[in-house]
Design a protein. Structure first.
Length: 228
């Protein structure tokens, strides 16, 4: 007689373990540290969603101070999600063609697995980040009038776009904000036409990504209600 285990791990646990193992295997086989970097970036990109879930728990406890603190931390760590898109630049170090011609794709399995590893990281990071932003946006809509809520959302887009530039080009991280003097010193003098254009481009990408995510989420919700 067979008994079903009541406390079996969630499928996400298995998927996470599989992704970690693949990343470590790629690093061991190819000696490319980028696979470890991408793995770390995926972890950072999921922190905003964790913070939002903790905010929801604090709401139930009606602890406004902790909720506000978690909100600030969320804003600091959220840009790690859209930042993952820039990790696609690491594909330039992976060869996808034979050495003789660029018309024939390589059959090196590890190159294609590297592509999947980076692409999956971007998908996971963006989905997790956009879900956390969706929750934050709806918190704004419940507590603020609509124009202010949309203005706050726009400011998040702009802040995130600037953060992507700071992270990619100035190599500063989220925790550098906890050292404001050092942070301000590093970005002083780095404001130029390119930094502004790149930041606005990134902000636009975050905005478009969030709009698409919201539409898909609302469409899925409507379809789910129709099939009940």
């Amino acid at each position: 007689m067979f008994y079903r285990r009541r406390h079996a791990p969630h499928p996400i646990v298995y998927c996470t373990a599989c992704y970690v193992l693949i990343s470590l295997l790629l690093f061991i086989i190819t000696k490319r540290s980028v696979h470890l970097v991408v793995l770390w970036n995926v972890f950072l990109a999921n922190i905003p969603l964790l913070l939002v879930l903790l905010m929801c728990l604090e709401d139930q406890r009606r602890d406004s101070f902790r909720t506000g603190l978690l909100g600030v931390l969320w804003l600091i760590f959220f840009p790690n999600a859209p930042y993952l898109v820039t990790d696609f630049i690491h594909l330039q170090n992976i060869t996808f063609y034979t050495t003789e011609t660029t018309d024939v794709y390589t059959t090196n399995f590890w190159s294609w697995l590297g592509l999947i590893q980076i692409g999956t990281a971007v998908f996971i990071g963006l989905f997790s980040g956009m879900l956390s932003l969706w929750i934050i946006h709806h918190r704004f809509l419940k507590r603020l009038i609509s124009p202010l809520a949309e203005l706050a959302l726009l400011m998040i887009f702009i802040t995130s776009g600037a953060a992507v530039y700071i992270g990619r080009f100035l190599r500063l991280n989220s925790w550098d904000l906890f050292y404001p003097v050092h942070f301000i010193t590093q970005i002083t003098g780095q404001i130029n036409s390119f930094s502004i254009a790149f930041s606005l481009m990134s902000a636009g990408a975050v905005g478009i990504g969030y709009c698409v995510f919201s539409v898909l989420l609302m469409t899925a919700a409507k379809i789910s209600r129709l099939h009940r």
